[in-house]
Design a protein around this ligand. Structure first.
Ligand code: GLN
Length: 263
């Protein structure tokens, strides 16, 4: 090979190497571009709410979805915060432990604020009132709350109805059920003499089943609120801020009125 030819080949080789390096850089550049472009399409942050969807009209199943007052208020809160709401349907007594363990961001289940629960979780402002009432069969000899003493009482495990009735009438008279629907079935079949439960679900159950009524004398009045992990005061404040606005602009009232028509 002539000296000149060798030189030309060497130059070509160098050019080829440079071209290769440039191509690699260009590729690298475009890869970077796609990774930086992705976050603009990023999924919204999720807001995981735990509930027990056997508590109409606050939360219940309608086909595949969980609907009700709590589900709609939670959706309005998530929309305001630009978050994606995810509802987990769990046993009522798993809600607070799950929130404490960080499994769920918040619990919303017609949940009453109590001093005992405040030791485990924080609560939002209250968004609704509840009343513990007594459901009996229409022909029951339980005519008022004073006649409940010594009777067989059905409750939903770990609810305030359970806690108050166990304290007032003795554990031995209390039968605990997973949810209101099964407690009411036990009343219909005569396994218990009455069911102590929140007034709105009570109305739903009485409407859905023949031969039941609610005693006029109420048992205990209470406030419903959303619970949070004690360490997550940031989320608690954000949700509470959104809830305040939704109460002030009438959204919460609109949702409540939709599910609880005025009598
Ligand atoms: N308000 C009652 C409580 O907090 C019942 C709630 C429920 O059963 N979902 O204990």
């Amino acid at each position: 090979m002539k000296k000149n030819t060798k030189k030309i080949l060497a130059i070509l080789a160098v050019v080829a190497v440079i071209a290769g390096v440039l191509a690699a850089c260009a590729n690298g550049g475009s890869t970077d571009e796609t990774t930086t472009a992705a976050p603009t399409e990023a999924a919204k942050e999720t807001l995981v709410m735990a509930t027990n969807a056997e508590f109409p009209p606050y939360e219940f199943h309608e086909g595949e979805s969980i609907v009700g007052i709590d589900a709609e208020i939670a959706q309005a809160i998530a929309d305001k915060l630009g978050m994606e709401l995810k509802i987990e349907d769990v046993a009522f007594d798993s809600i607070i432990p799950g929130v404490q363990a960080g499994k769920y961001d918040m619990g919303m289940a017609g949940m009453t604020v109590t001093d005992e629960r405040l030791k485990s979780v924080n609560f939002s402002d209250s968004y609704a009132k509840g009343v513990q009432v007594v459901i009996v069969k229409e022909d029951s000899d339980i005519k008022s709350i004073d006649d409940v003493n010594g009777k067989k009482i059905g409750v939903q495990t770990s609810t305030t109805g359970d806690i108050y009735a166990s304290g007032d009438y003795g554990e031995e008279n209390i039968t605990k059920f997973d949810n209101g629907a099964v407690a009411v079935q036990a009343l219909l079949s005569g396994k218990v003499d009455c069911v102590i439960i929140d007034n709105e679900p009570a109305k739903s159950y009485v409407k859905a089943n023949e031969g039941l009524k609610i005693l006029e004398t109420a048992y205990v009045e209470e406030d419903y609120a959303i619970c949070f992990n004690k360490d997550d005061t940031e989320l608690q404040e954000k949700v509470n801020g959104a809830l305040k606005e939704l109460i002030a602009d009438g959204t919460v009232k609109g949702i409540v009125d939709k599910y609880i028509p005025a009598e």
